[in-house]
Design a protein around this ligand. Sequence first.
Ligand SMILES: NC(=O)c1ccc[n+]([C@@H]2O[C@H](COP(=O)([O-])OP(=O)(O)OC[C@H]3O[C@@H](n4cnc5c(N)ncnc54)[C@H](O)[C@@H]3O)[C@@H](O)[C@H]2O)c1
Length: 274
Amino acid sequence: MNSPAGTEGPAGRAGRFAGRSVVVTGAARGIGLRIAERFAAEGAGVLMADADPGVVDAARRLGADSRAAVLGVRTDVTAPEDVDRAFALADETWGRLDVLVNNAGVITISRLEDLALDDWQRVLAVNTTGAFLCAQAAATLMRREGAGGRILNAASGQARQGFVYTPHYAASKFGVVGLTQSLAKELAADRITVNAYCPGIVGSDMWDYNDREWGRLLGDYAPGELMAEWVAGIPLGRAGTGDDIANLLLFLASDEAEYITGQAINVDGGMFMN
Ligand SMILES: NC(=O)c1ccc[n+]([C@@H]2O[C@H](COP(=O)([O-])OP(=O)(O)OC[C@H]3O[C@@H](n4cnc5c(N)ncnc54)[C@H](O)[C@@H]3O)[C@@H](O)[C@H]2O)c1
């Protein structure tokens, strides 16, 4: 990316991402909120987009706490008009876009015979089609500026191996890796790198749901018990955190990572090694 890092940011702040602007989807809570916080702390202008209207207050709080330039906009990543509005706002505000983090994601868990077509379609729509729509909008802005860019897509351990009772989620995350590789090839000429990240088990609302629903279908687990059992199998011996994910993304978004594209990188304490 062309603008010198560490100079003046959208809010006149110093920092590794000063002068850069970042869109993070699914940023109202969980991993996405932590990613937005970390980019803001590094001086970036951050647009937080989420289907949850609470994202507007979350952005206001982050802007007040960090004194960074932070905007929140209710955005359903499956709705092209919402996506267009969010990226137009980033463009109006900063006149450029450097980084997109396609973090928004959903999961449902059910036996095959109970898996409703609506759930299948919604999970693919948010996790895969939403990433495509946002990447398309982001690449348009990045190409116009000609300064390169970074697109970072949330995949999962389920992009390595499908887990039971989640065929739609596994399909959506394998799809994210395919999207990542194809876009990496197409956008390389514009110095836009495209990479995916694969979290393992990170404490969040999504994992509370997973613990409850997988626990119910896999056996008689008390709350937290299934997650503890799975975490016990992680070589590095703990669940992941939003910071573990953000640490990787800050690197992939940096100038130091300009020669890395088309990769899907596990950030899971060694849960998967392929
Ligand atoms: N938590 C984990 O262990 C884990 C593991 C692997 C992958 N992931 C992936 O990481 C990402 C973040 O997960 P999390 O654990 O923070 O989940 P979460 O459920 O805590 O947060 C997801 C966020 O996405 C938002 N969202 C949902 N649908 C949306 C839509 N249509 N448009 C815009 N925003 C939408 C939600 O409102 C929420 O703020 C997801 O893509 C998830 O699949 C998480």
